[in-house]
Structures are given as C-alpha cells and as structure tokens.
Design a protein around this ligand. Structure first.
Ligand code: G3I
Length: 321
C-alpha cells in the first residue's frame, strides 16, 4: 500500500503529484511517479499554461501536455488540468496586448474552448481561474481584471462549462487555508459565480506552506468545511511545505512531518475534500528554491529519492484512516 491506494481506501479519489515532461528521462523518478499505489493522479506542472499551449494567437501547441496526459492515461491515473485564466506565464500577445473588454473576452473564450476541447474527457478537473486574489481579498490587477473587471471570472467558467461538461471546474489559489481576507475573497468568488448562474464545482487550496507556520489540522479542516458549505468540493492542489531556512535539522524534519499530517489529515476530516496533490514529490524538482532562494526541501522525498519523516508520517496517518 502507498499514499494513493490508502487515500482511496479512506474514501478519497486520489493522492497525486505535479509532474512534467522534463522529469520523464529520470528513471528513479519514473519508478515512483508511475507506481499507482503512490500516485493516482498527475497535474502537468507547466505544460498546460497559456504561454505553452497558445504562444501565438490562434496557434495551439499541445505536444508537451499530451505526453503527461498519455502517461497518466496509460497508467490508469487521473489528470487534474492546470490552468486556463491566470495572470502568470501568459504569452506576450495577451499580457502586452491592447484590449477592450470585448476583444479580450473573445480571446479568453477562444483559448478556453480550444484547450479544453483538446483535453475533453481527459481531465478530472480544470483549474479554470487561478490566483485571482490579492492577500487582502481584493482582485489582483491582472490584464483580465483591469480590462474586464470581475466579469472575466464568470466568462471563464461559462466557457469552460460548455467546452467540457465532464470536467470539474475549480477556482484555485494560495493562502486560502485559514480564516483570512483572502479566504473571504474566495468565498465571494464562489458566490459571484453561483449568483451569475455559472457552474463552479470546486475550490483548490494550493497549500504552499512553511514548516512551523502551518495551521493546525482543526483550523485547516474548518476552512475546508466553510467552502464545502457553499456547495463545492475542495482539494489540496499544490501541497508542499518548505523549510524557512536551510539546512533543515532533524527537529525541522519532524516538524515538517507533523505539518504534512495536519494538511492531509484535514482532508480526511472533511467529506467534501476529494484529494491531495503534492507539487512535485522530490526536492530534486521542487519550484521553491528557484523562487525563494534559501528556502526549500519542501517535498516528501529528498533529491536522492529517500523518503523523509514527512512521507513516513503521512503513510502512517493514512494506514490508520
Ligand atoms: O522552460 C524554461 C527553460 O527553457 C529555461 O531554460 C529556464 C531558465 O530559467 O526556464 C524555464 O522556464 C521555467 C519554467 O518554470 C519551466 O521549468 C521558468 O523560468 C520558471 O519560472 C517556471 O516556474 C514555474 C512557476 O509556476 C512559474 O509561475 C514552476 O516550475 C511551477 O512549479 C510553478 O507552479 C505554480 C503553479 O502553476 C500555480 N501556483 C503556484 C506554483 C508555484 O509557483
């Protein structure tokens, strides 16, 4: 038994990982990621983002993400698809274009339609809108918001619902895991979509957290329940737990193990939580040190593929679930 098979035994849909084609020629990595007992779901870490899938207006490139999707399909693993409307990793024709609400809306709808139609039936879920909020709960000043106002959110979800009616449609963001202005903002997004009559099925909690600063299992579960009460499912979509400074001591690694248990445990505690995805399972490919130099060692496995105390603790938690 491994992380995924135990999650399924506990009544959840998956324990998954982000992965990417640049990991495919690493045999040690592949042996773990394609072991369906461990990982039952893949999220393409970068290859479904707008700059990759539509680098030039109207010209779509799916080569890379297709390889991730095919690997998942041939292993009988689910795919969470990521992401459609996001301010980051945009091609310059979008980020530097001169737009009116009408012209940008047409480009956004065409993008969503083409990408989702290509993957129709293959995605358990899509992160339709990603990171629309500032930490104070106001809308982020993306090209979408500054041009279209909050309307870009229901426009995105409506386009998604018609392109692939079988995919669960998610709003996905970070720093939503506790009671905060940002979580309040996400509640408002769910309500805004429901008021507009647009379909939203889920809220994704990225859970890029820091060792020793992770909320308790109870607080995490209370937040998940708050969203579940709005009538959506919830999931941890990008979990990792970085050490604030390196090297990590044995005590730090034990704290990291307790923090991973709090997060995964909170998903077990809330029926509407369908699964947990880690944002890479090995420090070898974690995004953290590239973005936050000096932080890291955030994953369940070391760079050399040794299981950390965090892995053992999550396994033990799931064995008892
Ligand atoms: O592909 C180029 C490569 O050609 C070039 O040589 C290299 C040099 O820097 O850069 C490569 O692109 C990098 C890309 O990852 C692919 O590896 C970018 O610089 C780098 O910025 C990019 O980082 C990604 C980041 O999103 C960008 O926003 C991370 O891998 C990815 O893990 C991260 O994922 C995001 C989620 O999508 C949304 N939530 C937050 C999460 C972490 O930031």
């Amino acid at each position: 038994q491994g992380l995924h098979s135990l999650m399924v035994a506990a009544g959840k849909l998956y324990f998954g990982t982000a992965t990417e084609t640049n990991n495919f020629n690493d045999a040690a990595y592949q042996a773990i990621s394609t072991n369906k007992n461990e990982f039952g779901m893949f999220t393409p870490e970068n290859s479904q983002k707008w700059e990759v899938t539509e680098p030039t207006q109207g010209q779509f490139v799916f080569t890379q993400a297709d390889q991730v999707a095919q690997k998942a399909a041939s292993n009988g693993q689910l795919l969470r698809c990521h992401t459609l409307t996001w301010h980051s990793q945009l091609p310059s024709f979008v980020s530097s274009g001169t737009w009116t609400p009408e012209t940008l809306s047409a480009v956004l709808e065409a993008h969503i339609k083409s990408v989702m139609t290509h993957y129709a039936g293959q995605c358990y879920a899509w992160d339709v809108v990603n990171e629309a909020l500032n930490d104070d709960g106001t809308f982020r000043e993306s090209v979408f918001f500054t041009t279209m106002g909050p309307d870009y959110i229901p426009i995105s979800f409506r386009a998604a619902a018609s392109a692939d009616p079988s995919a669960k449609l998610y709003y996905n963001d970070f720093n939503l895991e506790t009671t905060s202005s940002k979580a309040d903002g996400a509640v408002k997004i769910v309500q805004l979509l429901k008021d507009a009559g647009a379909k939203i099925d889920g809220v994704g909690f990225q859970a890029h957290l820091t060792v020793g600063q992770t909320p308790s299992r109870e607080e995490l579960a209370a937040t998940l329940s708050r969203f579940a009460a709005l009538g959506v499912e919830v999931a941890y979509t990008e979990l990792d737990l970085a050490h604030a400074s390196l090297p990590a001591s044995d005590a730090d690694r034990e704290q990291q193990a307790r923090d991973y248990v709090a997060v995964v445990g909170s998903c077990l505690d809330v029926a509407a939580c369908v699964g947990v995805t880690v944002w890479q399972f090995t420090d070898r490919y974690s995004w953290v040190p590239n973005t936050f130099p000096g932080k890291g060692d955030a994953c369940l496995y070391t760079s050399e593929y040794h299981k950390k105390p965090a892995y053992e603790a999550v396994l033990e938690l799931l064995q008892g679930a």
